[in-house]
Design a protein around this ligand. Structure first.
Ligand SMILES: Cc1ncc(COP(=O)(O)O)c(C=O)c1O
Length: 375
């Protein structure tokens, strides 16, 4: 599924020199790397501001806090995601209201979201599952009708677009993860929240850094000036070392996503006309295939055949959150979100990523096809 060591070896000098640069600068804190990466990332996406965080989950938390969401509020999201999507909502004291998903993309169903809007709803939080953007046009229209902000969980969809408009420009605040297994992977944990609203960006900068005004802190850091906290923040900043690594990787992001799309095309050609349902790519959408997830019958038997052929597979975001032990007390039993549950029972993630060769991908596709036709 992943081979971080192989990707490191391919461009070792690039990464080593980025890390050396930080070590030699002596600025391990409040240095130039994090703000430089924020500016470069914002420019790549075409958004006004980007605020670095120490994870995708932290980006979601500060986005919700910056919007003033807290106890007594409800945020609409989906149950087939990383637990951090829901945990971020709970961590600010709000309630996550799960809704079912669309059967093709497995993303938030705008009709279900509309039905869930209530007096306490304060935001929509769609997830771009596997790298295919949610239906942001319909979700934004719905949010606008109710004067709600949209916080997009784009932890899986960096580089994706709808009609040429990049993910990152399609919501009030968009959150990304740079976990090592993501499109743009740090050598540890990191994330980013982006927005076109400077007031929200300023607030997120304070919230990720002890509630200090960013510009003032940079000016006074190391001068012996007293600390100056304008609100209660946390320590959720992007660190200098990760920022330097991400700066080195950012210019290579487009090629890495293009490679994922080439591999997806190999799978797509192999599965055409077969009993294996390939992932959709809606008209006008550019999918970035952070996961390549097919749907098929006899999933568990097929998975065993692939394991016997030494092909790694995964069941990304299954079982869904409402069926996880931690949320059992919330009272959503089996049958609460039928589309999500049906998808979870049939999905299979197969290897995809820039570490793979065409031959490895073809072998995985052929082995999967053979396994589905076995009696
Ligand atoms: C959809 C989704 N949301 C949120 C997160 C949380 O990101 P992080 O692990 O960087 O906190 C992830 C990461 O796995 C994710 O896949």
């Amino acid at each position: 599924m992943y081979d971080h060591a192989a990707l490191y070896r391919r461009e070792r000098d690039l990464f080593d020199s980025a890390i050396q640069r930080v070590l030699a600068s002596g600025r391990l804190d409040w240095g130039e790397e994090a703000p430089a990466f924020e500016a470069e990332f914002a420019a790549t996406l075409g958004v006004r501001r980007a605020v670095g965080t120490n994870s995708g989950g932290a980006a979601l938390k500060v986005a919700l806090r910056a919007l003033g969401i807290g106890p007594g509020d409800e945020v609409i999201t989906t149950p087939n995601s990383d637990i951090m999507t829901t945990a971020a909502i709970h961590s600010v004291g709000a309630k996550a209201v799960w809704v079912d998903v669309e059967p093709d993309t497995a993303n938030m169903d705008p009709g279900a979201a509309a039905a869930a809007i209530a007096a306490r709803t304060r935001a929509l939080l769609p997830v771009d599952l596997y790298g295919h953007p949610a239906d942001m046009d319909r979700l934004n229209a719905l949010a606008a009708r109710h004067s709600l902000p949209v916080v997009a969980d784009a932890c899986l969809s960096l580089g994706a677009c709808i009609e040429g408009r990049p993910v990152g420009t399609l919501a009030t605040i968009t959150c990304f993860s740079f976990a090592p297994t993501k499109h743009l992977g740090a050598f540890g944990t990191a994330g980013m929240a982006v927005t076109d609203d400077p007031a929200l960006a300023d607030r997120m900068e304070r919230l990720v850094a002890y509630g200090q005004d960013r510009a003032r802190h940079y000016k006074t850091f190391g001068t012996g000036a007293t600390l100056h906290h304008v609100e209660e923040g946390m320590n959720e900043r992007l660190d200098e070392m990760q920022a330097a690594v991400l700066r080195a990787k950012l210019p290579r992001l487009a090629a890495s996503i293009a490679r994922r799309r080439e591999l997806a095309a190999i799978y797509g050609r192999a599965f055409a006309g077969s009993a294996v349902t390939a992932p959709p790519e809606r008209p006008g959408v550019r999918h970035t295939y952070r996961n390549y997830v097919v749907h098929l019958d006899r999933r568990d038997a097929v998975r065993e055949s692939l394991a016997a052929a030494q092909i790694a597979t995964a069941l990304p975001y299954a079982p869904p959150l409402h069926l996880q032990p931690v949320y059992r007390d919330l009272g959503h039993g089996r049958g609460a979100f039928p589309v999500t549950e049906r998808l979870a029972e049939h999905l299979l993630g197969v290897p995809v990523g820039p570490h793979l060769t065409d031959a490895q991908c073809t072998f995985a596709a052929e082995t999967l096809l053979a396994a589905t036709t076995q009696p």
